[in-house]
Design a protein around this ligand. Structure first.
Ligand code: HEM
Length: 410
């Protein structure tokens, strides 16, 4: 039984440096590394020799690992750091909390906002289209996603913008706590401010409900769960913050990836116009270029992955973006093909932590593609195309995408 090899000990091809998760160039375009790993080293060690991180790249190993919540746990050694942060909870706490929270945030809640999301999509895309384009991330996807999350939570756009700024440094703060890595951008103040804002929003929602002015928003529903003591105040608050952290960057990046696909492959826009399913397009993007590349677990005990030993307590990163391109599961996996059928992709994860916001993300992205196909004649790359690097939550995609767009002639 051998330990997994170190990435830099492997015989990499001459044009491919060893896989290093902290290398910004590799983060910007990791797919060739993933392909090589799947073939040659389905589990590798990377990171510091005194604090190795294990990376798992094949579909079957990723699926098996994420479904085995007894062996691969989500709570970091030392304990969950934030109550209500579902992502870091394990059984027996995770299931009941996810079920309780499902009453506040599920497909039913999301379906009620479809018309408002459609209006937001039209407002933001039409403005982008009339101005002839610009940066699709800042000029369209970010304001759209912020508007959608603000609608779901029941907060104003200005508050959502403030939440986004707090979130960015709070995510760094949480990553710092988990990894014990000093990060100059990390701010405990942002996280405290975010929690205070959410506590206040829930108090106001409870007051409005008592006065007969209750609303159908997630913050209202969480306030009810808190006041019924189904969730503690800390849990309700932690979950409200998590929705923002888990929902805004992931969806913004995937929106931009979809638009980038339309710009790079004009046939994709024709495919949509000819009646191709926007929902299938979104699913193929979640497979081909998902906005989350990996999810982290910790080995609860010494175990084996792909024939190699993994010690107890070790962090294991399951590379869902690599699993999605595994040729044992997907024919011609490097090709974007919205007509493909077959294995489920791992873009929203697998197992009990599978994305709770998938309905919302799918709704927003589907409506976005429908509207773009109906209104837009051409989408052409016109300048910068900057990938995300260094994201604390393992996100991937474009933070900037300059485009020229023109309306569809009728
Ligand atoms: C395209 C957009 C999105 C992608 C690619 C994505 C991806 C993921 C992935 C891969 C996981 C699993 C994490 C793990 O196994 O450790 C996850 C979990 C989660 N996501 Fe999303 N997500 C997206 C949008 C959203 C949105 C819009 C929300 C809410 C507003 C959201 C809320 C959550 C929550 C609460 C969890 C934790 C579930 C649990 O631990 O049981 N996500 N997401």
């Amino acid at each position: 039984m051998t330990d997994a090899p170190w990435s830099y000990d492997l015989p990499w091809p001459i044009d491919l440096p060893p896989f290093d998760p902290f290398d910004l160039a590799i983060q910007a375009d990791p797919f060739r590394h993933y392909a090589w790993l799947r073939t040659n080293a389905p589990i590798v060690r990377a990171g510091r020799p005194d604090a190795p991180i294990y990376f798992v790249s094949r579909y079957d190993d990723v699926l098996a690992g994420l479904k085995d919540a007894a062996t691969f746990v989500s709570t970091p050694p030392g304990g969950a750091i934030i109550p209500g942060l579902l992502l870091m909870l394990d059984p027996p706490l995770h299931g009941p909390m996810r079920q309780t929270i499902g009453r506040a945030f599920g497909p039913r809640a999301v379906n009620t906002i479809e018309d408002r999301v459609r209006t937001l999509v039209a407002t933001h895309w039409d403005r982008f289209l009339v101005s002839g384009g610009g940066d699709a991330a800042a000029g369209f996807a970010t304001p759209l996603t912020m508007g959608v999350i603000a609608t779901v939570l029941g907060i104003t756009i200005d508050d959502a913008a403030q939440m986004r700024d707090w979130t960015n440094s709070a995510v760094d703060f949480i990553a710092t706590r988990i990894r014990g890595v000093v990060n100059p951008h990390a701010s405990v103040d942002s996280y405290a401010a975010m929690r205070a804002f959410m506590a206040d929003a829930m108090d106001r929602a409870a007051g409005d409900r008592a006065a007969g002015r209750g609303r159908d928003t997630v913050i209202d529903a969480l306030a009810v769960l808190r006041d019924e003591r189904a969730l503690t105040p800390d849990e309700a608050n932690g979950f409200a913050c998590l929705l923002f952290m888990a929902g805004h960057e992931t969806t913004t990046l995937l929106s931009v990836n979809c638009i980038d696909q339309l710009a790079r492959d004009p046939a994709a826009l024709w495919w949509l116009r000819a009646g191709g399913s926007p929902a299938a397009f979104v699913d193929e993007m979640l497979r081909h270029r998902p906005s989350v590349h990996r999810v982290t677990r910790y080995a609860a005990r010494a175990t084996m992955i792909a024939g190699h030993a993994v010690p107890a307590g070790a962090p294991v990163r399951f590379l869902i973006a690599s699993a999605n391109r595994d040729m044992t599961r997907f024919a011609d996996p490097e090709r974007f093909d919205p007509d493909r059928r077959g294995s489920p992709h791992a873009g929203f994860g697998f197992g009990m932590h599978i994305c709770m916001g998938s309905w919302l993300a799918r709704l927003e992205l589907r409506l976005m593609l429908e509207h773009i196909a109906a209104t837009t004649g051409s989408i052409v790359a016109s300048g910068e195309r900057i990938p995300v690097t260094g994201g604390a939550f393992a996100t991937s995609g474009l933070t900037r995408l300059d485009l020229s767009v023109s309306p569809r002639s009728v």
